[in-house]
Design a protein around this ligand. Structure first.
Ligand code: FAD
Length: 260
C-alpha cells in the first residue's frame, strides 16, 4: 500500500534575487527536522505556498542539516511565481519529502546536461556531485555568470532563451556533436521540447533507456491542456512488463496524436 508522503512546515529564512528571473529561497527552521535527502542530485520537493493547496515541484539546489536552498524561476503568472516575486521572508510554506531521478550508469564516460532556467538548480547540483567530463547546454533569459562552479572537465554553453517565452532546446539537442563512447544524458524543461527529445534519442540516436533521463518540468500555456490520461497507459505498460522509458514513449505517442 502506498503511504502518504511526509510533509514539513518550514520557514522562509532568506530570499535573494539571483537574476531578473531567478529568486533564491532558503527555507528551514524546526519544521525541517526529520527531512532526509535521497542523495540523488536532481532531487525535488513539492512546495505549497501560503493560501494555496496545490503543490509545485522545486529542486533542492543545496542542503544543510537545518536548511534547504530552492531556486525559483519568476515567470509571468502562477501560484508560486507570483508568491515568490514578493517579500516572502518569514512566511511558512509546506514541502514534501524529496524524490530523485538522475541515475548515471557506472560505466558512463561523460555527462551531457541540457535545460532551461528551471533545470539550472539540478544541473548545478549534478555538476558539483558527479566527477565526470560534463557538457552543459543552458538556455537562460538573463546571464547567470557565477551560477555553475567552474571545475576541470566542465564545458558550459550558455544559450539565450528566445524572447517569445518558448524554448528551442529540442533543436539544440538535435544539432549536438556527441562525445565518443557511452555516457549519460539528462535534460529538463518545457514538456513539448522534452517529448521531441525523447523521440530523437530513441529513434535517431537509438540510445538505451538507461542512458538518458528527460523530464518535462513545466508546460507552456500555448499548448492545449492535457487530453490524455496517463493512468491507463501506465497500468497497461506495467502489466505488459514495459520499462518506465517505454511507457513514457507510449504516453508521448498518445499525446502527439491529440496535441495537433
Ligand atoms: C521534478 C521538477 C523539478 C523542478 N524544479 C524546479 C526548480 O528548481 N525551479 C523552478 O523554478 N522550477 C522547477 N520546476 C518547474 C516548476 O515546478 C514549474 O515551472 C511550475 O509550473 C511553476 O509553478 P507556478 O505556480 O509558478 O506556475 P503554474 O501555476 O504552474 O503555471 C502558471 C502558468 O505559467 C506557465 N509556466 C509555468 N512554469 C513556467 C516557466 N518556468 N516559464 C514560463 N512559464 C511557465 C504555465 O504554462 C502556466 O500557464 C520543476 C519541475 C519538476 C517537475
Amino acid at each position: 500500500m502506498s503511504r502518504r508522503a511526509e510533509t514539513y512546515a518550514v520557514e522562509v529564512l532568506e530570499r535573494t534575487p539571483l537574476s531578473d528571473h531567478l529568486v533564491r529561497l532558503v527555507v528551514g527552521g524546526p519544521g525541517l527536522a526529520g527531512f532526509a535527502s535521497t542523495g540523488i542530485p536532481d532531487e525535488w520537493v513539492g512546495l505549497v505556498v501560503p493560501g494555496q493547496f496545490q503543490s509545485r515541484y522545486y529542486t533542492v539546489r543545496a542542503l544543510q542539516p537545518d536548511r534547504l536552498v530552492l531556486d525559483v524561476v519568476v515567470h509571468d503568472t502562477g501560484l508560486v511565481t507570483e508568491w515568490a516575486a514578493g517579500d516572502v521572508a518569514g512566511e511558512t510554506v509546506t514541502i514534501t519529502e524529496p524524490k530523485g531521478s538522475f541515475d548515471v550508469p557506472t560505466d558512463a564516460a561523460w555527462l551531457m546536461l541540457v535545460g532551461d532556467l528551471t533545470a539550472m538548480p539540478a544541473i548545478a547540483r549534478v555538476t558539483e556531485s558527479v566527477d565526470l567530463p560534463t557538457y552543459v547546454w543552458a538556455e537562460v533569459p538573463d546571464p547567470l555568470p557565477d551560477y555553475l562552479t567552474e571545475r576541470d572537465g566542465l564545458d558550459v554553453t550558455w544559450l539565450d532563451a528566445p524572447g517569445d517565452g518558448e524554448s528551442r532546446l529540442a533543436e539544440v539537442v538535435e544539432g549536438i556533436d556527441w562525445p565518443e563512447g557511452d555516457g549519460y544524458f539528462w535534460m529538463a524543461g518545457e514538456s513539448a521540447q522534452m517529448r521531441a527529445i525523447r523521440k530523437h534519442l530513441m529513434r535517431e540516436r537509438r540510445m538505451p533507456a538507461t542512458a538518458y533521463d528527460v523530464m518535462g518540468y513545466w508546460r507552456s500555456a500555448r499548448r492545449r491542456p492535457r487530453a490524455v490520461d496517463p493512468g491507463p497507459i501506465y497500468r497497461a505498460g506495467k502489466a505488459a512488463g514495459k520499462s518506465d522509458e517505454e511507457i513514457w514513449a507510449d504516453y508521448d505517442q498518445a499525446r502527439e496524436a491529440t496535441d495537433g
